[in-house]
Design a protein around this ligand. Structure first.
Ligand code: 6PG
Length: 242
């Protein structure tokens, strides 16, 4: 199988980025067969996308009862903690949709990290019946090149058997649960959302720098049977050569 080459689209601003990302979510949902499996990303960038997906004019275009929501990673905090990726999605998206609660596969961040990871791993195995092949995985880009909670030079980044593991971050919240590289690289589509001037330097390193093994986890995202789409705004793209 040949790797699909990543595609890069530069959008004028964060609003256009959110709209284009919402269109990509819809395209992936339309390409899915019965159920649509989507792994949400955390951090701050996806907030505008979630708000766009929740807007009435857009929400009506998705058949939410066949959408199954997972998370690419979660901080090991209670679900109502301001740092919770679930809380971000609940406030901006879930609270505005009629999606069945059984379709929301939350990572139990309030539990002891290793137990939370094991439970999420079990849920992935039970739901997918083996290696998960998500229809779409959303990813942000960390300033150190991390994706989900797979940080450079960490055991979690090296994991090749489990689907979800406990990882530790160099910045608080330290303890996380994250999808592992084999799961991300098994996806049908991976959509990176990168916004703001603060991401310009790391985006250039990832897209135009030399491949640096574990230094930049984002460079390891190469689904063998899937496409990678980078949606970036002009501020984040300002240091790219083309
Ligand atoms: C998290 C995210 C993480 C995030 C990047 C970018 O839990 O923090 O999953 O991987 O996507 O750190 O974060 P921003 O969107 O806030 O820049």
């Amino acid at each position: 199988m040949t790797d699909s080459r990543p595609s890069l689209r530069v959008l004028p601003d964060a609003g256009a980025l959110a709209q284009t990302a919402a269109d990509e979510v819809l395209r992936a949902a339309q390409a899915a067969n019965d159920r649509f499996t989507l792994a949400l990303s955390g951090g701050s960038t996806p907030k505008h996308l979630y708000q766009r997906l929740a807007a009435a004019d857009f929400a009506a275009r998705l058949d939410w009862p066949r959408v199954h929501l997972f998370w690419g990673d979660e901080r090991c905090v209670p679900p109502d903690d301001p740092a919770s990726n679930y809380r971000l999605a609940r406030e901006t998206l879930l609270d505005h949709l009629s999606i069945p609660s059984v379709n929301i596969h939350r990572i139990p961040g309030e539990q002891e990290p290793a137990q939370a990871a094991a439970r999420y791993d079990r849920r992935l195995r039970d739901f997918f019946g083996g290696l998960p092949r998500f229809d779409l995985i959303l990813l942000g880009l960390g300033d150190d090149g991390h994706i989900a909670s797979l940080f450079p030079h960490t055991p979690a980044l090296q994991e090749r058997h489990r689907y979800a593991v406990h990882s530790t971050a160099p910045v608080p919240p330290i303890h996380r649960v994250t999808l592992t590289l084999p799961v991300i690289n098994a996806a049908a589509r991976v959509l990176f959302l990168v916004s703001g001037a603060g991401k310009a330097a790391i985006l250039r390193r990832v897209l135009e720098g030399e491949a640096t093994a574990d230094d930049l986890p984002a460079q390891l995202i190469r689904p063998a049977r899937g496409e990678v789409i980078w949606l970036v705004d002009e501020s984040a793209a300002r240091l790219l050569s083309h």
